[in-house]
Design a protein around this ligand. Structure first.
Ligand SMILES: NC(=O)c1ccc[n+]([C@@H]2O[C@H](COP(=O)([O-])OP(=O)(O)OC[C@H]3O[C@@H](n4cnc5c(N)ncnc54)[C@H](OP(=O)(O)O)[C@@H]3O)[C@@H](O)[C@H]2O)c1
Length: 334
């Protein structure tokens, strides 16, 4: 396994992390036994970074990770690093009603996560979405207190803009910013990426396959469960879907010429954007994981990069990356 270091103060992690969200929430039902087998296969392959959120299935995802770690070989368990998001407020029905980043909430959320994960510390802890009612200084200050007490190792951020990153970094060292970054979501390149680089903060990139849209496995007629986020995503809707899949067809031609898969090309492209970026892969099946890990063996030469960017030029995506109401929660888009 190749490794990368998250920022100047963060941990050294596998060059690809595994995001466990889809094993509990947002992408329709998942197979529990296959989810555990996928987590084990990832650990076995040397993946050390496991990303979750306490609100993914209301604790279900953390309990799943707990089970996978408990039943993994001791050496793999000891190498594993947990990255946890918190702050989302939910309803019994599964709705989202806001965010709480207040210092009391930070410590409350952490206490529950530690219990569910069955660990004595969380490696990287971050607020999922900025709480507009609470200055970011107070939220990261509370996480820094958890670091001091030994319950958390590093402070992270999620989906915040350059100004918020600067304010947070002035309070405490920040290991990484977690944010969407892919061939069809390049918004961070203007301000956010230069800012984290200036401040020595790493990036854990999600949506590298745009939630499956640019994986090469998506089809125009795929039926989605009612609880699948992608059914509400503008990029998967109507004519936007056709236009985005046309981009994937162009990428497929580049991938085939190189003898690799579309997903491997998309992941390798993000890996090629800098040693400070660690893609989080949302595999929830072993076959998808194996494909994703294959991206680590793909070397993109300058001619490959030019062909990839010609297939999917910056700004080519049709549709926003979130529905309108959820775009409003993204500090990173302000
Ligand atoms: N900070 C944030 O705001 C935020 C937001 C979202 C996610 N995340 C984190 O990022 C992680 C990654 O999630 P994502 O949705 O962004 O991941 P992604 O890798 O862009 O998409 C994952 C989906 O792509 C499909 N897929 C097809 N081929 C694949 C392959 N070879 N490898 C992996 N997936 C493949 C799968 O869908 P099917 O299984 O349906 O085929 C899978 O569920 C999440 O688990 C979560 O931890 C963070």
């Amino acid at each position: 396994m190749q490794h990368r270091t998250l920022g100047t103060t963060g941990p050294r992690v596998s060059a690809l992390g595994l995001g466990a969200m889809g094993m509990s929430a947002l992408y329709g039902d998942a197979d529990r036994a296959e989810s555990i087998a996928t987590l084990h296969a990832a650990l076995d392959a040397g993946v050390t970074l496991i990303d979750t959120g306490d609100f993914y299935g209301m604790g279900h995802n953390e309990l799943l990770i707990n089970e996978a770690l408990r039943t993994a070989p001791a050496a793999a368990r000891e190498r594993a690093l947990t990255s946890v998001k918190f702050g989302a407020l939910r309803t019994v029905e599964g709705g989202f009603t806001g965010v709480d980043g207040s210092p009391e909430a930070v410590k409350n959320f952490a206490a529950y996560s530690l219990q569910r994960l069955g660990t004595d510390h969380i490696d990287i802890y971050r607020l999922a979405r900025l709480d507009p009612k609470v200055p970011v200084e107070e939220t990261v200050g509370a996480i820094a207190e958890l670091v001091k007490a030994g319950h958390v190792r590093h402070v992270g951020l999620s989906e915040v803009n350059a100004e918020t990153i600067r304010r947070a970094a002035a309070v405490t060292p920040i290991a990484d910013l977690q944010i969407e970054y892919s061939l069809i979501s390049r918004g961070i390149e203007a301000d956010i990426l230069p800012t984290v680089r200036e401040l020595g903060i790493g990036v854990t990139a999600y949506g590298v396959l745009s939630r499956g849209l640019i994986s090469g496995h998506w089809s125009r007629d795929r039926k989605l469960a009612a609880n699948d986020f992608r059914g509400m995503s503008p990029r998967f809707s109507g004519d936007n879907l056709n236009r985005n899949l046309d981009l994937v067809d162009a990428l497929r031609a580049v991938a085939e010429a190189k003898g690799v898969t579309v997903a491997q090309t998309a992941i390798a492209w993000v890996l090629s954007r800098g040693e400070d970026i660690v893609p989080l892969i949302g595999a929830r099946r072993r076959d998808r994981l194996t494909e994703a890990l294959g991206a680590l063996e793909v070397t993109l030469e300058p001619a490959d990069l030019a062909a990839i960017e010609a297939a999917i030029p910056p700004g080519a995506a049709a549709g926003d990356r979130y529905p309108t109401d959820q775009m409003a929660h993204l500090d990173s888009e302000r």
